[in-house]
Design a protein around this ligand. Sequence first.
Ligand code: AHR
Length: 498
Amino acid sequence: MYAQKKVVINLETQTEGPQISKHIYGHFAEHLGRCIYGGFYVGDDETTIPNTDGVRNDIVDALKELQIPNLRWPGGCFADTYHWQDGIGPKDQRPTIVNRWWGDVTEDNSFGTHEFLNMCELLDTEPYLSGNVGSGTVKEFADWMQYVNNDGVSPMSDLRRENGREDAWGVRYWGVGNEAWGCGGNMTAEYYANVYRQFATYMGGWTNDGKVMRIASGASSNDYNWTEVLMKNIPNRLIDGIALHHYSVIDWGAKGPAVDFNEEQYFTILQRAYEMEELVTKHVAIMDKYDPEGKIDLIVDEWGGWYEVEEGTNPGFLYQQNTMRDAMIAGMTLNIFNNHADRVKMANLAQAVNVLQAVILTDEEKMILTPTYHVMRMYTAHHDATLIPMEIENVSYKRGEAELPAISASASVDKDGKKHISLVNIDSKEAYTISIPLAGLKKSAVTGEILVSDKIQNHNSFDEPNKVIPTVFKDYKVKGDQLEVTLPAVSVVMLEVK
Ligand code: AHR
């Protein structure tokens, strides 16, 4: 019986893995529901919420703690309806538009290019701009790059200076449309590949160092044909990254509740999340055919759990709570990305504040950090560290005929030589003993942190903001050259080995 509950993780410490790009830990902020307005941005008007130029100080502090490496904006679907010139200049002269994708609400454009890029400076994060391809023009896109990135004298950089910003921001990451197969224009892969080539032609040369990442709108989940057609039809010199979107959703017609879900729904969502392993492997295999040297990055710029909206909230706002189930999705998905760090160079959780699998939820002046936030914070140890490849002799978490690996893990070594091992046990009932051979180990060299709670539905609320928080982890022993860890059901552990 005991042997069945034991998992062995062999770290291949002699093999130098790739660097785990910190950009895997990126975030996403769309003009959707209360992500920007009522989330990040409380505006210039009178508000009692402490802010800097309209951006909430508590959110800035919380996200700085996560060391968020990049922030994608303004969408999502919104990006292909967004005309950036509407969002510059004096605010009282900015036109209003209707946010067609998200609740048909009026968008007053008070949060535009300057507000976003200045906010990124406050957050000490790199912006990732999604340009409008679906309803925009090549000129509009190229003008935005000129406005944002050109330090010289040019019509758009002069306009930027007139609007109060002398220095170019030097934005490196640019998405060429979003979900071009759907809200970004309902294009075929062949058509989008041509459109992409046209836009990419005019994207170069607007930064001093010439470094811009051109990211093609990628496939939805297992649409391998999309990746194949893009890789085949876009010359490698015109593309630096190709995106992939994958949400953990039970059924688009019946997504199930965010909190009051049952074990069946818990298991199904984790099956969906685990699909990321196969998706990344197969999309990368296609990319390898056309780019054997691996110069083009896979950018998973939307991922996370998607459920029914919270009762009583606007269905177009995608506001949902965040439970231990989401902590499992986050821990497992980030381990998958780490283990594929040779090609997955960037990813963006959808979304940062008040939308889908958010790390932060707000209610007027109140703010809470979700279980997903805590996982992201624990995993900062992996940012830019070197992956240690591993083999896991795993066990199964079963439901009927279906099964999933119960344990997910990844490991890295940082620049100071400290090893970090992140472990996730998704099994809703069983604890497991994890055995990790590590030569010459002393117990004093090991420390740990754990996120665990006794119910899969547990979450933080505005009344109980600290119900689910990480604590010191002590349930490990050193037995000879083995580190033996007891991993409770539904838990995420980060171990540090000096
Ligand atoms: O993240 C919410 C939406 O999901 C995005 O706007 C879109 O790209 C995706 O379908």
